[in-house]
Structures are given as structure tokens and as C-alpha cells.
Design a protein around this ligand. Sequence first.
Ligand code: WTA
Length: 631
Amino acid sequence: MIKINSFEEYKEHYKLSVEQPEKFWDYIANEFVWHKKWTKTLEWNFEEPKINWFINGQLNITQNCIDRHLPQYANKTAFIFEPNNPNEKNEIISYQKLHDEVCRLANVLLKMGVNKGDTVCIYMPMIPQAVYAMLACARIGAIHSVVFGGFSSNALKDRINDAKCKIILTTDGAYRGNKVIPMKETIDEALTHCDSVKNVLVYKRTNTKVTMLNNRDLDWEEEIKNQPTICEPVFVDSEHPLFILYTSGSTGKPKGVVHTTGGYMVYTAYTFTNVFQYSPNDIYWCTADVGWITGHSYIAYAPLLNAATTVLFEGVPTYPDASRFWQVIDKHNVTHFYTAPTAIRALEAAGLDFVKPYKLSSLKVLGSVGEPINEEAWHWYNTNIGKNNCPIVDTWWQTETAGILISPLAGITKTKPGYATLPLPGIQPILVDDKGVEITGNSIEGNLCIKFPWPGIIRTTYGDHERCKQTYFSTYKGLYFTGDGCKRDKDGNYRITGRVDDVINVSGHRIGTAEVESAINMHEDIVESAVTGYPHEIKGQGIYAYCITTNDNKNSDQLKKEIIEIVNKEIGPIAKPDKIQIVNGLPKTRSGKIMRRILRKVAEGEISNLGDTSTLLDPNVVDDILKGRIH
Ligand code: WTA
């Protein structure tokens, strides 16, 4: 993969990528194996939007992730599986073994009648089979929709139905710290309301007792047992969907972000090489879950496209104790470590005694992703983990962008705590005011948009193209709107300040306030609710819920408990409110709109200046809310 070796080279690449984007990306894309070369590099408009890259090209991404490397790297380790339990043996998966396992599973999918373009739901923990599952789909041109294992059966049901999944791949259960979590049981609950699903393939991980439905549920090991380790790749067009991944926005239910094959491959592979400055003998570890975009792009696809060796970790940072990450780094001589600020803050809070016993001398590069990293956490990471010797790449990107857009290149770009620094080649950021007017110059702040497509940009939202247009391409004409606020310093470095829409970022997970509200409103005693974020020491943001009840007789602790239960049931524990305030009314304008700004300020504790409240229907509501504020 073409690697930038100096800051001068970065500037040259950047310049070329802006002045001649097609030439630039042609050059990168040429490094891969294409069944048929593209005839035109790019066609686009942000109005519809319609974005096509590497037009008329045909390829199979798994051929590029696996087969292409076999002549040289058949015995090279693709994955080191580090199980939840540190006493369980590691599993080493070579590129050859990966090939064989993916092919066997792909053959099972074919036998189950999965065709090119069919959708397959993957609901699995962080075990090698989850990656085999994704790649097996891609092998035969099926579209995977991975659903994070922490989502409830209701959330799962919505995602299965929206994507009309034909097949589900899952496990009996999942290990997570000292817990065993049911997976198949959750699938069973979801499937009472899903008509599209024909079969469920179940991998035994925890030996949890499960019920297997005749003719629907199949045992993974039984099915792959007699399958050959060869499965010819199905070639697809560059713009054939590779996967759907659901993500939260400011309104309505989560939407299925669609990424297509050619552009996704080129963009994720290129950014991996250059941001991390990965070299062939490095051991890379990204602690994300395959249920999120970071796991898709920077655990499954991009490292494999680079023939990298990756640690695949099933557990959590604090099990058996808060030294687990550092222990694993020493054990496997990890050179590149990529995690989220929330984990860094939690481990910082646990204290240095957990870090001290470990050398951490194999580390070369540290990464951060998912939310703004506060300066304190940045320095702690830099000093105690990187020993002031490892560049930190603060990588800003989104589910919709497929790969990293703004980040230092490790060891090349000068870092600055709290700043994602500079755009990668191919990325043209622009800051606009609320009217969409560009704010030029430096030392400025505005809404972050991107004005030119890159190969990994979102193509559509599954089954609802209009929603894609409305959400990302209509706020500011002719621009992709990220939903993030951003500062640009005097040297042109970017600092992401957080979401400017109604999305909360809790421990690096995106949660739509509307989703949480609609879950809370399902409680029979709640008439209305409003949810906002507030600063949380470990999670980045916590969830603050204001709820109006019709049942004044119910004990409020009991009611709060039930509210949490209903959110767990409707979405999952990641969305449960940290603070719940029962209120008599919400601050509304005369036209009935909730003034969220006020609620946000109260939740944030910024109560000295609530701004103009004169347009409120009933200003007294605010006094009541202030009185009952949860500290
Ligand atoms: C936030 C995760 C600051 C941002 C890859 C974005 C960040 C949202 C950073 C996307 C960062 C991600 N600095 N904020 N380095 N990385 N974000 O879709 O608000 O789960 O819009 O993708 O996370 O979250 P998503």
C-alpha cells in the first residue's frame, strides 16, 4: 500500500488529492486485485445524493483481504484471538486458516440459499467466527448487517426487519467479563416478529443451553464440518453494497448506513496504512467491537487488506482487573494500540498500580477514536502508556465515513492534545455557520462539513434514500454535514468539539435522544419525556432524562427503576439514563416545541445563564425543573 513517509510527502499527496482527485485515487486503487478494472473513477452529486466510485469495476473484497496474500503470507498470523478469560488458550489464525474457515462458512451460506445481494444479520460476540461471518458474506456477495451484541431483542428485531435479513448468524451465549450473556435467546425473542428470516446458524461459544427450532436453527460446527475449504469468490460491481450498519441520528429509529465494495476497500486500506504507519511485522490491536464501524473497518477489513496481524479481544478492559489491556499488550508484543477515550479515562481512574507492572515497551503508536479526547486523558495516555515515546493518533471519523477523515499520521504529523489535527488526503473539510456560509481563515469555530466525496462516503440509508439526503446532504446545500461542531486553530488543526445535533455520545456509542425518549414514553405512567446529554467523567457524556408522569401515587424510585428497565428492553443497557428527573412540565414554546437548549443547560449544571426564556408558554416550568435538578 502506498505509504506517506514524511510531512512533505503528506502535503504533496494532499495537494494532488484535491487538485486531481481521480488521478490520486486511481493510483491508490491500482494496488488491489480487480476482476475487471473500472472505466471511470468518479461520478457524483451531493443533491440526490449520487456517488459512484470506480465505475464498472468488479472485484471481491475477500480476495483482496485473503487470497491475494497467500503466496507470500499463508503462514502469517492474521488474528491472535485473546479470549475473555485470560487462562483460556490464545488461538492463532493464519491467513491460510482464515481463508479455509471463510470458505467453509461461505459454502454453508450458499447451501442455505443465500444469494448475491441477500442480507444476513450477524449478532455475535468478539470471536474469530464473527469475522469469518462477515467475510463469508462478502465472499458470495451477500450483504452483512452486524448488530452489536449488547442490543436488546426489540432493537435487534427492528434492524432485522428493516434490512429484511434472510439468515442470522449467532452464538449460544457471549462471555463478557464475569458474565455470560444470552445471545440465541435474544434472537429467539426477536424472531417472534421477523418474517424474513429462514435460518439461524448457531455457534457454540459458552455451552449455554438453547432451544433449537426444527428446520430453522442449525448448528454451526455440524454445518461447516463437511464443507470444502474452497469457495470461489463471487465478483461484484464496485458499487455493490458490502454491508449495512445501523446508527443513531437525531430523529426517528436508527438508520442503516450502506457502504459499497470498491470505495470502502480502497479508503479503509489506505487510511490504515497511513494513519497507523503500519509495517509488516507489527502487531496491531484495536479494542473496538465488530458491532460498530471501528470494528468493521479497523479490525476486520483494513488490517486484512494490509496483511496485518491483529489481536482480536473478546473481553472488557476491567476483567479480571483494570490491568487487562496492559497485560495483553506485553503478552503479544502489541506495537499499535487503538482504543476509545472512555476506556482510557476508566483505566486512569483505576490508578497507576494497574499499569506499573507492565513494560509496554513494544508499543510504537497509540490511537484514540469515538469521541473527543480530553487533554487530561490525552496526557495520561501519552505519559503512562506511550512513555512519551509513541505518537497518539486522535482519529476523527463516523459510521457514515467508513474510515478516518481527520487524524495525524503517526510520527509524521505534529500532534496537539485534543486535536485530530489535519485532514487525510482526499478529505476537504469546511466549517460553516448555521446558515451554511463558509467561515474562512483560521482560529475559527463552526459546523463541520465535507465538500468533496472520498471513496468511503455513505452511499445511501438502506431502503430509504430520501432519509440519507435529508440527514446528511440537505442541511447545507452541496455539502456532506457531519453533525459535529469543530474548531480550527491558527495552524489549520481541527478539534472536534462534539455533536451539534440531538445525538449523545455515551462511552463512544452514538445514541439518539429521540430513540431513548420513545422507549421511555412506552412506559404506561409516562406521558412525555425529553432526553439530553451532560458531561460525564468517564463516559464523556451521560444521559439525563426529564419525564412527566400521570401517576403521582407511584414511588418515584420505583418509577425510575421501571424507566431504566424499559430502556434496557427497548434498546439495551448502553442507552439507559444515568439521571432521571420527574417533572411536572417541559419548557415549551407557544408552538409546542421543547426548548432543548434549556434542558441541556440544566443537565450540564450551567444554570446561571439559561438564555432567553421569554418565548416559553409557561416560564414557571423552568423554576420547577431547576428545583428538582439531579446533581
Ligand atoms: C464522534 C465512530 C472527537 C463524533 C468512529 C462523530 C469523535 C461520532 C472522534 C461518530 C474523535 C468520533 N474526536 N469526536 N477522534 N471520533 N467522534 O459513527 O461526534 O460511532 O460524529 O463512529 O463520534 O460516531 P460513530
